[in-house]
Design a binder for this molecule. Structure first.
Ligand code: ATP
Ligand code: MG
Length: 393
């Protein structure tokens, strides 16, 4: 007999009539992420998702670890399984929660029963188990109002389960419940974090990377693929689109004022990303831009770079401090890869004195010498697609 995992959805409960849509999506996401770990039954009862293994070989350690990375779950809890028998339940509580009972200052037992054919009511189960705990820990006071430790008993179809509450999980909303967006993914620290942040709000991500071979190397490209893969346990499976960007950068270098190079380049990134977004029915773009971080991220610069677009640009890190972004990057596991020293196309041909307060008119005028439409079309036609999957998605 095997343990069970309980998942408590976060904000879903607030979503009124949409709740079923959110719950179905979440259950689907859970089922997809557990692929390859054995057979599970995934059900939701009273706002809790139960992940029950249906065979003894199910890899519960790995299942628990994967569930911790699924957005839409606020609390996760592992429970011990036992036969549906009152003494087996009491023994399991004493064994599984022994060290917690030994340290607690007070306790209570709460029971739930979804198997209505079980011969005791929930209250009877709680009382029986509490009595048995009282026999072993006679000095441990029961406290019905503010117990330090709550021993939970759940009597379900296949087995009974005992646990002591859960730990925080990934939070947010299930991926796929809040639309789709193209996320501009560089090899830096910020954009993996911005991608993760929007996925946490339920957005399905289409990552796009601009690649300037031979100015940026195969290693730089591989780094972005690796970063994308690291995000899949959170974001689900994704296809990375790698856009050839060399010709556009050379054209800008040869024909436009140096001080505006980065801005014009970024306008191209935005246009190409928007074309990919529209083709894939995405509703927005996502970037890791952060106000004031570099010359192209002043308010004036941001205005000029988003001017060619009709879709909104989501910038979840716009008001964060670098330290906060780094802390998050470490938590989600991308930081060490992000700091590998391979150049990004943004650092190729960087102007010595970039304009920090450009006007839209001057940027448009400088760009007018380029055949924007043809360059965008050419880049779009050379896209390489890389499926980002690891064994869990
Ligand atoms: P990051 O750490 O994300 O690279 P950054 O501080 O280096 O950010 P910039 O290089 O100015 O900032 O880029 C700002 C944003 O533009 C990035 O967060 C990313 O969303 C996008 N971006 C930059 N370079 C690329 C690229 N080569 N491919 C795709 N998107 C990019
Ligand atoms: Mg960058």
């Amino acid at each position: 007999m095997n343990d069970l995992i309980l998942l408590k959805p976060g904000e879903l409960v607030l979503k009124g009539l949409n709740r079923h849509f959110f719950e179905d999506k979440l259950r689907n996401n859970v089922s997809r992420r557990l692929f390859g770990l054995g057979k599970f039954r995934i059900t939701s009862v009273q706002s809790t998702i139960y992940v029950e293994p249906l065979d003894d070989n199910a890899d519960m350690e790995e299942a628990y670890a994967r569930c911790k990375q699924i957005f839409g779950i606020i609390t996760i809890c592992r429970a011990a399984a036992c036969p549906k028998d009152k003494d087996a339940i009491a023994e399991t509580a004493l064994r599984y929660l022994g060290s917690q009972l030994a340290q607690a200052k007070s306790y209570k037992v709460e029971s739930k029963r979804s198997d209505k054919s079980f011969p005791m009511t929930s209250i009877q189960v709680s009382q029986y188990v509490a009595d048995k705990i009282g026999d072993v820990y006679p000095d441990l006071p029961a406290d019905m109002r503010h117990p330090e430790l709550t021993v939970w008993v759940e009597v379900r179809e296949t087995a009974a389960y005992v646990h002591a509450g859960g730990e925080p999980a990934a939070g947010g909303l299930p991926v796929g419940t809040c639309g789709k967006a193209v996320s501009l993914l560089s090899g830096g620290i910020d954009s993996p974090v911005s991608t993760w942040t929007m996925a946490r709000r339920g957005v399905q991500i289409y990552p796009v990377h601009f690649f300037s071979f031979p100015y940026t190397s195969e290693l730089a490209k591989q780094k972005v693929i690796d970063l994308g893969r690291m995000l899949t346990p959170w974001c689900g499976r994704m296809t990375l689109r790698i856009v050839p960007f060399t010709h556009i950068q050379e054209e800008i270098r040869d024909k436009c004022p140096e001080a505006l190079f980065t801005l014009i380049m970024r306008r191209f990134m935005m246009r190409i990303s928007e074309a990919i977004a529209l083709e894939n029915e995405c509703g927005a773009l996502v970037t890791g831009e952060n106000l004031g971080q570099v010359a192209s991220q002043t308010m004036e610069a941001i205005r000029t770079t988003e001017a060619p677009l009709s879709l909104p640009v989501l910038r979840p890190l716009i008001g964060s401090d670098k330290e906060e972004i780094i802390t998050r990057a470490r938590k989600i596991g991308t930081f060490e890869t992000s700091i590998l020293p391979y150049e990004d196309c943004c650092t190729v041909f960087t102007p010595k004195h970039p304009r920090t307060r450009p006007t839209l008119a001057e940027v448009e005028e400088a760009e007018a010498v380029l055949d924007v439409e043809a360059l965008v079309k050419e880049a779009l036609s050379g896209i390489e697609k890389v499926k980002l999957q690891n064994e869990s998605v």
